[in-house]
Design a protein around this ligand. Sequence first.
Ligand SMILES: *Cc1c(COP(=O)(O)O)cnc(C)c1O
Length: 220
Amino acid sequence: MSIAERYQRLRSRLSELGGAGVRLLAVSKKQPVEAIAALADLGQRAFGENYLQEAVPKIQALQARKLEWHFIGRLQSNKCSEVAEHFDWCQSVDRLRLVEGLGRGRSRQQRPLQILLQVNVDGEVGKGGARPEELGALADATAAHPSLVLRGLMAIPAPDPDLGRRSTAFAALAESFRQLRSAHPQMDTLSMGMSEDYPEAIAAGSNMIRIGTALFGARV
Ligand SMILES: *Cc1c(COP(=O)(O)O)cnc(C)c1O
């Protein structure tokens, strides 16, 4: 199947499932510039990347197309200024040092950086993401920073073959989102769901899905 066929198929599946309210983030890690350009030609604007060194040359090569770039990978605090310089969104903020580093790194000449806080919904050890009880302080610090805009939450549930258990994790994230919104009503983005589980994520309230293999095929 071509990228164009996969894209059309996913778009029609999305309108069946969630209507126009669900944003599609195309996860282009390990995909060449040509594949990203092909999707952009079809109308896709938002792309997600995990690795800074891989992403920056792609972002620069595609600069004229005015795409929207989301950093979704594990972030080390010494890489914050580069992420803040090159990306429009960062979805993997899970500790205060990152809030500070991204805020400091974002120039006042740029639009504020759009932030999602990453939550470790199933307590998986060694994985990125804040604990739910840490979210309040992270949200307050993000919202208070003039170079950052707090947009919502992101999670990557454990890759459990039992989709029912992933649905439980999605529901927990949706509940954290609802609670945090009482203090931060401007939050509008709940980023959950990937190629294997986006229907379950949308059913639980996701309004941004992050799709790699279902769009581009297997990563090389
Ligand atoms: C790779 C990745 C995705 C996309 O995964 P697919 O299963 O290929 O759709 C989504 N989110 C994050 C954070 C990722 O690292």
